[in-house]
Design a binder for this molecule. Structure first.
Ligand SMILES: [Zn+2]
Length: 325
């Protein structure tokens, strides 16, 4: 079963999360494998998308935000796009667009950052948007401060966290064809009056001590091997890593697979193609068929259905914000 475990280190401003996606991740892979057009993900893509999926669940649980978290890589290599979307209830979906041969790919950069132009974007899209409110998006490159290509996706995200939230974060990620998993350790911002200048000396001393706690725990976390993260159960992992620390544990949460595609959204997409384009597809094939990239569901429109899509358009021509797909 897929589970997310949250925990705190007692008396220290450090928190952690461990996620292991099994059935949920296998569902993502199974649906892709069943797609006759694309076939199953090649191994390197599976590896990257699995790490992203685990990381996106960790990040969604790490923020207090009522909306979807969308993590994307816009690649400049044989993998053009990877997308993971996680809702506040930890339901998720994921997909990747592979446009070239990845059989010889041995690293992250060969897959998505060949020309050092690959980007990772994280979008927070609120569920109840105010009129005119835009989703928040943060973008980071796939290279370090010296423009050296990063080869671990966890480094890309650690960079992102430091940049966007100014929080020290340690991430260990791993994925194979059964499990996608991740461990996140984060130093919490020091809250309250301790931050104010009147007590600056005491607060500074505290801060050093807190950094030492974080550094020690971070080193322990980073010693976790990929195969341990994938195969050991959560209890064993936490006991082995942090047996000398006092953990406060919370009730585990259960991520699940869910796709938010709908006939209505597909109709909007078809409408955006325009009457002419749709008529030419109908002429050529007899119907319009659209498959969902995330879950594989097929939506079919015969000429009557297609005509209705455009009739509905004329009936619904009320001004308003356009729907996000
Ligand atoms: Zn779908």
């Amino acid at each position: 079963m897929s589970q997310l475990h949250k925990f705190l280190f007692e008396g220290m401003p450090v928190r952690g999360m461990l996620v292991q996606l099994t059935d949920v991740w296998q569902e993502v892979l199974k649906r892709r494998a069943a797609n006759l057009e694309t076939g199953a993900y090649p191994e390197p893509v599976r590896h990257l998308l699995g790490e992203m999926t685990a990381a996106a669940v960790l990040m969604q649980s790490n923020i207090k935000f009522n909306g979807s978290l969308v993590m994307q890589i816009f690649g400049d290599g044989p993998v053009k796009l990877t997308v993971v979307e996680v809702q506040p209830d930890l339901s998720l979906r994921a997909t990747a667009k592979v446009v070239g041969d990845v059989s010889d790919v041995a690293s992250l950069s060969e897959m998505v950052n060949v020309k050092n132009e690959g980007r990772c974007a994280i979008t927070l899209d609120p569920l109840n948007k105010l009129p005119g409110q835009q989703p928040y998006q943060g973008v980071v490159p796939l290279f370090d401060d010296e423009r050296q290509k990063l080869e671990n996706f966890s480094e890309v995200l650690q960079h992102y966290m430091l940049q966007s939230e100014q929080l020290d974060t340690t991430l260990v990620l791993a994925a194979d064809d059964k499990t996608a998993a991740g461990l996140l350790i984060q130093r919490l911002p020091v809250m309250g009056e301790g931050n104010l200048s009147a007590k600056s000396t005491a607060a500074d001393e505290d801060e050093i001590g807190r950094n030492e706690d974080y550094n020690r725990i971070s080193i322990l976390a980073a010693s976790l091997r990929r195969d341990e993260l994938l195969t050991l159960d959560a209890e064993t992992i936490l006991r082995r890593l942090f047996w000398e620390e006092k953990l406060v544990r919370f009730e585990p949460l259960t991520p699940k697979f869910a796709c938010s595609c709908s006939r209505e959204r597909v109709s909007n997409m078809i409408r955006s193609l325009g009457v002419e384009e749709v008529e030419s597809i109908l002429k050529e094939r007899g119907d319009v068929e659209v498959g969902c990239d995330f879950c594989g569901k097929q939506y079919r429109y015969d000429p009557v259905d297609a005509a209705q899509v455009f009739v509905a358009e004329t009936a619904n021509q009320t001004p308003g914000p356009s729907a996000i797909q």
